[in-house]
Design a protein around this ligand. Sequence first.
Ligand code: P6P
Length: 332
Amino acid sequence: MASNVSLTRYLVEQQRVNGLIPAQLRLLLEVVARSCKSISQAVNKGALGGVLGTAESENVQGEIQKKLDIIANEVLIEANEWGGNLAAMASEEMEGIYVVPNRYPQGEYLLLFDPLDGSSNIDVNVSIGTIFSVLRKPEGSQVSEQDFLQQGAKQVAAGYCVYGPQTTLVLTVGNGVAMFTLDREQGSFVLTQENVQVPPDTQEFAINMSNMRHWDAPIKRYVDECLAGKEGPRGKDFNMRWIASMVADVHRILTRGGIFMYPWDKREPTKPGKLRLMYEANPMGWLIEQAGGAATNGKERILDIQPTQLHQRVSVILGSKNEVERVSSYHA
Ligand code: P6P
C-alpha cells in the first residue's frame, strides 16, 4: 500500500480522530522517529563511518558494547531530553534512569528503549533495530526508577525501527499496528501498512535450536512436534527461522505470522530468560497483541507481569495466537 500519508499526518489523525494521543505524546513519537532516522544513517554507513566493532566497554548486562550501541543510545538521549515531554529515560545501555536535566522542562512521559537490538549482527550486515516503549509518569514529585516499574499493559505507545533492506518504523498507540517505510529522498516515514494482522496459525517457528539440550520439557515437546512434520502429531510440516535479532524476527511475524521463542533454559537457571521485560518483551508484546497475536512467558501474559527491576529478564513466547496458546497449554 503506497500512500502519501506521512507519520506526522497519521499521528495527528490518531490525536484528532481517535483522541488517543495528546499533543505531547505525538511530539515525543515524532522525535523518536527522527532519532531512528539518524541511527539508520549511522548504521547504513557501516565500515565507512568507522562505527563497526566494539567500544571496549560493557553494558549493565555485562555484554560488550558495540560502538553503534553507544552512538544509538546517545542519539536517543540527546534528541529527547530537551523537548519538555519526558521526565526521564531508561535504556538497555544504561545502569540507572536518565532524568531530564534541570535546564530543560520535565514532561509527563517516560521513554524506555533498547537503542540497537541485535547488535551482534551489526558487523555482519544483518538487520538490527531500535525498540521503544512509552509509559506515563505516575503523579508525584521527583521521578524515580520506581516510576518505570509499570506493567506492559500500561504502555501508551510502543514500537520499533528495523534497519534492514528498508528502514521501517512499526508503531502502536493502542489503535492497531501501523508500518512506515523511510523514504530517503523525502527523508520522511511514509505509511505503508495499517491495521497489521498476525495470522492466528503458522507453519514457521523461531528459536535458537543450538540451545535445545537446555530447554524445559514444554518447549522441547512443542519444537519436537514441529520437527515431526506431516507424519507427526501436528499433521503439517514446519519451517524454521532465527535471525538472532528480535526486531527482525518480530517484523517477519507481524508481516507473515510465526511464533518466536526465547524461553528459560538451564544455562542460567536463576534467570527467567535472556530478553528484557521493560524495553524488549513489553513493547514487542503489545505490538503483537495489537495485531491480534499473543505474548506470554509460558505461564502468564507478558503485559500483566508486574516488574520489580528495570533490567529484569523474561521468557518470551509470542506470535500467532493459536501456536502461543498451544505452547502455553504445554506449560499448564
Ligand atoms: P542468541 C540480540 O542480542 C537479542 O537480544 C535479541 O535481539 C535476539 O532475539 C537474541 O538476543 C538472540 O540471542 O542467544 O540467539 O544470540
